[in-house]
Design a protein. Sequence first.
Length: 358
Amino acid sequence: MKATNNLAAYEAEISEAEHLTVSFSEEQAALLSRLSSEISEIGGIQSPGAKEISIRGARQLASCLDDEQSSHIERYKQGRLSSLAFEGLCDVRLSHAPSVLPSPTELKTHPSVLMLGARNQILLNILDHRSFSYDIDNDGEQLRLVANFKGGGVARLSQEGEFVEQSSHSGLSLGPHTEAPYWCSSSAQGGHSPAPSALILSAMWNPGNEPTTVIPVAPILSNIGPTNTLCLTSRSFNFTRSDSFNAGQGEGGGGISILELDQNHGFSIRFNSYRFSVDDSASGLVQRAYMEFCSAVSRSAGYKYVLSQQSALVINNLRALHCRDVVKDNRRLLVRVFGYSKYVNPIVIRDDPLLVKG
């Protein structure tokens, strides 16, 4: 009965906006910038103590929000949005893209990049989310650089090899997906922590104004109907290992569901258009449901958002897919941080900064 009630609630929500924008005043943006500087100056969000500064900063900033801003943020907290943008933010110090993108080693310690990471962490805290990292991904660090370091973009890199991994460190197009790992969404299972509840992106440089596309899932579920939707809750789906995992870590898996229903998040989606498949042993009904879902995803245009230093985009990883086209300008650099909602129970390896078992 609970699952039926949840599905009815999802259908009632599809007429509502899936994306909202919180526009900051100059004073609010300046406050956020000062708070971000505090974290940047101690070494960024990977430094012990950054978490407490971020929590305190989020409370201070939240006290300055007007009614509309607070309403939009509350809507996101309730799990009713696929994405939430923050706009009117301050530029960081380096406003112009270089002629060639520096190395990841240079970038991840640059004060301006650390500022964006700190800003992302504070904004996650405003949404009652904790920034975190997985032990098997990104060398266990919370700040992830999203750029074409390994090739596959329109313009070939000088050091580009024949094989290019399909990850956020390449320039290849990435089809509709949620962020890995894919084993569970709320509580740890089988030694695996849940998938991220959210990811937040900011742009250090985006000279070509290349967008990130967000695809809300609720309209897709309504489109394929209740029978196909319920089939997605069966543990009949497999996935391959993510290229972004650390060498020798992480794995593919099987026997998972694409859709999960739960009391706190309503529903959560786990899917990757280029890594998922339906198991051969699945019933014909489930196999047809998977085909219908994939077809509906491919037909969905979603909405495109162009990131800049003056904005940040929070994507609800439980409610929306996201994707991007092939990278056209290799100087494009985004800064990403994962977040967990307060309802998620991961396997904690370290509390500050939060590191969980993938």
